[in-house]
Design a protein around this ligand. Structure first.
Ligand code: FMN
Length: 343
């Protein structure tokens, strides 16, 4: 069956999930150095913050390539306004958060609790679509609390398609709105990928992406298809953040880009330059290097790497030479590793 939006489908095969406090602009810059093609999501930005807050700070982005801005909100007019106000920044997609279960988010009546109100989600998407020519997508759960994930996900999906959404990313577990912390809500409710395959089987022309519990690139690649059903994209959250080196192989595995993965020296040099510029403009080394701590897991010297980045790099006045010194701790071991070997 013909895809509704073939361009969006092609560029969204592999994504790094929106993660508050993690996928900030420094993190996205770092990830982009390792993958030219992956779709990178921002942290969730609340529509009200864009309307009333410091937009230049909230929306600043120097990441090349496909980046999606995730919004939180449930007021269609405010979401439309936020989308309009974000237009000068170089985002290629706008996404609505219908999956985040934190108390702060629930008290604003958005995030995962919107799973209970598909009609409102449809109104939000329609308003966002009317405010931009960019693709508008939704990220949701299978359901919340005692909802039956059969009708709950079908109703949400039907509402977003009817409103003109270009894609639906499904974190393949329920959220329990009472009694679990956001962290537990990413671990305790069981994963159910079959529910997502079923949604795709019943909506073959729609972009449907899978998120939740994908542990590495091979796992993600395998999870993209089952019993003749192929999903359109996979989204990694914690694995991409905690073991970011895996992103160096995403372009080859998901986008048929034959170019070799960026070399470690080139990566660290680029990040040192970026950190120097950030420090020059008043920032701290740690703002950049905190996202790099998991880079060399499993490599001899990784402990020293982590230790230097966690302590030395966080000290006031620390400069890019601290990053280079930390790299010195793992460099000998890296020299003996084969290039294709994922770290
Ligand atoms: C620290 C952290 C912050 C998160 N913030 C957001 C967010 O802002 N918006 C959102 O839709 N999901 C958020 N999530 C959920 C992730 O996008 C993702 O759905 C979840 O981690 C499951 O994917 P994973 O198993 O690959 O990590 C967050 C997850 C983490 C770990």
């Amino acid at each position: 069956m013909k895809a509704e939006n073939p361009t969006y489908f092609a560029m969204s095969r592999f994504a790094v999930a929106p993660m508050i406090d993690w996928t900030d602009r420094h993190c996205r810059f770092f990830h982009r150095k390792m993958t030219k093609h992956a779709l990178l999501y921002t942290e969730m930005v609340v529509a009200d913050a864009i309307i009333h807050g410091d937009r230049a700070r909230l929306l600043d982005d120097q990441t090349a390539g496909p980046v999606a801005l995730q919004l939180g909100g449930s007021d269609p007019d405010k979401l439309a306004k936020a989308v309009e106000l974000a237009a000068p920044w170089p985002y290629g997609e706008i996404n609505l958060n219908v999956g985040c279960p934190s108390d702060r988010v629930q008290s604003g009546t958005f995030g995962a609790c919107l799973m209970k109100d598909p009609k409102l989600v449809g109104n939000c998407v329609a308003a966002m679509k009317s405010a931009t020519g960019l693709p508008v997508t939704v990220k949701c759960r299978l359901g919340v609390d005692d909802q039956d994930t059969g009708p709950a996900l079908d109703a949400l999906a039907a509402a977003v398609w009817a409103a003109g959404a270009d894609g639906l990313w499904v974190h393949a577990r329920k959220a329990w709105l009472q009694g679990l912390s956001p962290k537990e809500n990413r671990e305790v409710p069981p994963l159910d990928y079959d529910r997502v395959y079923r949604l795709k089987r019943e909506n073959p022309s729609r972009f449907i992406g899978l998120n939740g519990g994908l542990e590495d690139l091979n796992h993600a690649l395998e999870a993209m298809s089952q019993d003749g059903i192929s999903l359109d994209g996979v989204m990694l959250g914690r694995a991409a953040y905690q073991t970011p080196g895996i992103l160096r192989h995403a372009d080859r595995l998901f986008f048929d880009d034959p170019r070799p993965a960026i070399g470690w020296e080139e990566l660290i040099a680029a990040m040192a330059d970026y950190a120097a510029a950030h420090i020059h403009s008043g920032g701290r080394l740690h703002h950049v290097t905190r996202h790099m701590i998991g880079l060399f897991q499993g490599v001899a010297g990784a402990r020293a790497w982590r230790q230097i980045l966690s302590s030395e790099a966080a000290k006031p006045g620390a400069g890019p030479e601290v990053l280079l010194a930390a790299f010195g701790a793992v460099k000998p071991a890296l020299a003996t590793k084969r290039e294709m070997e994922p770290v």
